[in-house]
Design a protein around this ligand. Structure first.
Ligand code: NDP
Length: 325
């Protein structure tokens, strides 16, 4: 089969389109024909070696496609599914843990099915788990026009929270307002001060910071005493170590570095969050803005665009024509 393979970690150019043997599922997995694969920032951390995987490896965790074979015969051949926990998804076939499969209605757009779970579940655990948003709550979201950013903004807004976001360009500002932001800011010194001014001269209840190094200290400044800073990513690079006294200085604030793994680890939790996302899409309460699709062989271009801040919303790789693609 064709796949993107990484033989040594590095820049986007290490994502090579090549031929490799098709994988074989174990008893806990099903084999799937991939129609589209989701592209997420975490894929760049593996490609660069910030997160470790033994080379050679096929990157990607997420996608949509049709079941080819279930060794236990529990999932019918041809079933349309989506997933976000199958390492090796930048390929024509991948083995997906059976427990991590979500059935996809036949009239679903494949672009949406391929990109809704990783970002949607992340937004769900941030808005419902890390800090339960509701009427009267306020939050600041970094990269408001990005994949997670647009979904989290929609969720936070529909829960009744006041949503502040930060973005880098006019185009992204428009997109962030369209997703439901109450006020959109730009990066830089003084961000926290501006947010406080808009929030009645007080810090926000929670900051959702997926940008990391470039925004972290503004995030600490922007939160209210005893509020929460959720550092959930590092698009601008990892945050330097800090002295815990800093949390005291900002008013006994809570700092957490959450992961989707930990927030879907409890019995039934993955399916609960995944179904909430799928249902919200079906009901029209959540809309995924898939702004670019690249052929599988152009995975390097997708990573380049993502890391050069050229993308907005979600992006996907087209793997097979498929009957729904
Ligand atoms: P995005 O679509 O949000 O892309 C990243 C965005 O980050 C860019 O578009 C850009 O928006 C912003 N950014 C700010 N500074 C930089 C920089 N120096 N270099 C590149 N980008 C920068 O990606 P995703 O939605 O896939 O992921 C968003 C974040 O969420 C990532 O950090 C990712 O690791 C994290 N994540 C964490 C999960 C978890 O469970 N912990 C799960 C899923 C994602 P702008 O130009 O507006 O600043």
């Amino acid at each position: 089969m064709h796949a993107i393979q990484v033989t040594e970690t590095g820049g986007p150019e290490v994502l090579r389109y090549t031929e490799v043997p098709a994988p074989t599922p174990n008893d806990d997995e099903v084999l799937v024909d991939v129609i589209m694969a989701g592209v997420n920032y975490i894929d760049t951390y593996y490609r660069e070696g910030i997160y470790n995987a033994a080379a050679p490896f096929i990157p990607g965790f997420e996608g949509t496609g049709r079941v080819v074979h279930d060794p236990k015969g529990k999932v019918a051949e041809g079933t349309m599914v989506a997933w976000n926990q199958a390492f090796g998804s930048y390929a024509e076939q991948v083995c997906v843990p059976r427990e991590g499969l979500v059935a996809v209605p036949d009239d679903f757009q494949p672009e949406v099915a391929a990109s809704m779970l990783l970002q949607g579940i992340t937004a769900h655990y941030l808005a419902h788990g890390v800090y339960q948003l509701g009427e009267g709550a306020s939050c600041l979201i970094t990269a408001g026009a990005g994949g997670v950013g647009q979904i989290l903004t929609q969720m936070a807004s529909s829960l009744g929270a006041t949503v502040y976001t930060v973005v880098s360009t006019d185009e992204k500002e428009e997109l962030s307002y369209a997703a439901g932001a109450d006020k959109v800011f730009r990066y830089g010194d003084g961000l926290a001060e501006q947010v406080r001014r808009y929030n009645g001269d007080r810090g926000v209840d929670v900051v959702y910071d997926g940008v990391g190094k470039a925004t972290f200290h503004e995030s600490l400044e922007a939160v209210r005493p005893r509020g929460t800073v959720a550092l959930f990513g590092a698009a601008s690079g990892p945050v330097e170590p800090i002295d815990p006294q800093l949390l005291n200085k900002h008013g006994s604030i809570f700092l957490t570095r959450p992961s989707i793994g930990a927030w879907t680890a409890q019995e039934g939790e993955f399916q609960m969050r995944a179904q909430a996302v799928v249902q919200a899409v079906i009901d029209g309460d959540l809309s995924f803005n898939v702004t670019a699709s690249y052929p599988l062989e152009d995975a390097a271009a997708a990573h380049r665009d993502l890391q050069e801040r050229k993308t907005t919303g979600s992006i996907v790789l087209r793997v097979q024509a498929g009957d729904k693609a």
